[in-house]
Design a protein around this ligand. Structure first.
Ligand code: UDP
Length: 384
């Protein structure tokens, strides 16, 4: 019998996303593989989504991301309106075997609040689980609603009520991992790269300081708040500093950005992004937070670039110290690790990615979890 899954990607961006869009990218990567495995997918997203699916549900014509700049009381209706559309569809039809939900907080709350006649639901937790303590601390989805994380370390730190609903974790994947071990190698340059949103948790200030102290060229790629290009941030003026990431950049990162030793190139995409990472000596993740999933980490391995990082969050699960990267619990050792990174073998990284981080592998794992959710599998609590 064909399994029909309602995949709820939310109202914020179309799928695949036009640019930056973590969750929408995961959905765009997962759905084709699920369909290859014979799963029927009904996508709840916005009308402009172009991902091939079996059926589409939409409340909004286009992604509502820009509304997120508005104050909470003017934006909170967006995701609720989307969820109301999903609930209406679930009431109207009886062919949905399972809802796979990705909508932060309100998706989980809505699925849990639906009555026993609603289909079982799996809600993927893509983010830092210290958020939403009011919801995560009191969640009651019975046997019908389950959650999964994107790493074991993320779930291990989750509130107990959330862990009690967990069916495990699925590591993130990337299309770049497909045949990563068979692609021709990219010649290595001298630079290191930090790819990601510029903010205190990602630690670009620490990386930039190290570049000057240790003496290596560093490229910072990623947006600062809503600004994707240096010229847009420069044109934004002082008002932009109300955004905490903009303030962080100006106060703690920009003093090191000299256009030579340290460069900020804004958001890079597509071929440019892949070339920048593939030609880097190593990717640097000087994390100050518990990275929940680490898409940029698995992308780096796929592109044959070892990872140098603080051993936080999911990093020890994704990286094998001494083989695919170098990790330290002490950020003062990062400089020495950068110097040693040249000894690591790019081909080991690509082999690892091709084995562990392909979309097909992720889809197989989700099909297993769908099965566990549908059959009410109970699992032991993740260790704290
Ligand atoms: N990214 C990108 N261009 C940039 C910076 C980041 O395409 O200039 C992408 C990166 O390749 C990855 C995602 O943004 O796919 C970041 O995901 P990750 O899980 O590493 O971090 P998050 O921002 O979700 O915390």
């Amino acid at each position: 019998m064909t399994l029909t899954v309602l995949m709820n990607a939310g109202p914020w961006l179309s799928v695949p996303p036009p640019g930056y869009g973590g969750i929408e990218n995961v959905v765009a990567t997962l759905v084709p593989e699920l369909r290859r495995l014979g799963v029927r997918v009904v996508l709840a997203s916005v009308e402009s989504s172009t991902l091939p699916v079996d059926e589409k549900i939409a409340v909004f014509p286009d992604g509502q991301f820009s509304a997120l700049q508005r104050p909470y009381n003017q934006v909170c209706g967006v995701s609720q309106a989307h969820l109301a559309g999903v609930v209406r569809a679930l009431h109207r039809r009886d062919d949905i075997d399972l809802v796979h939900d990705h909508v932060e907080a309100v998706g989980l709350a809505t699925m849990a609040a639906m009555g026993p006649d609603a289909p079982p639901a799996l809600h993927t937790l893509h983010w830092d689980l210290a958020k939403h303590p009011e919801l995560y601390g009191t969640l009651d989805g019975g046997d019908r609603v389950r959650v999964n994380g994107v790493s074991a370390s993320q779930l291990a730190r989750a509130p107990r009520a959330l862990r009690e609903h967990s069916v495990g974790h699925v590591h993130l994947s990337t299309p770049l991992a497909v045949d990563a071990d068979r692609r021709p190698t990219t010649p290595k340059g001298d630079h290191l790269v930090i790819l990601g949103r510029i903010n205190p948790g990602k630690g670009q200030d620490l990386g930039a300081r190290l570049a000057h102290e240790v003496g290596f060229p560093l490229v910072l790629a990623g947006p600062v708040g809503p600004y994707h290009r240096p010229e847009d941030l420069a044109a934004a003026g002082d008002e932009a500093r109300q955004n905490p990431d903009v303030r962080f950049f100006h106060e703690h990162v920009a003093p090191y950005v000299d256009g030579d030793r340290v460069r900020w190139v804004g958001t890079v995409a597509g071929r440019e992004r892949d070339d920048l990472v593939a030609s880097a000596r190593a990717s640097l993740f000087p994390l100050r937070w518990e990275e929940p999933g680490g898409t940029a980490v698995v992308e780096s391995l796929s592109l044959g670039t070892p990872v140098v990082a603080t051993a936080r969050g999911c990093l020890p699960e994704l990286i094998e110290h001494g083989r695919t990267g170098l990790l330290t619990a002490d950020e003062r050792e990062l400089g020495d690790l950068v110097l040693a990174a040249g000894l690591l073998e790019p081909d080991e990284c690509r082999r690892e990615a091709a084995t562990r981080f392909t979309p097909a592998r992720m889809a197989e794992r989700y099909v297993e979890l769908y099965d566990r959710v549908r059959h009410g599998a109970t699992v032991p609590l993740q260790p704290v």
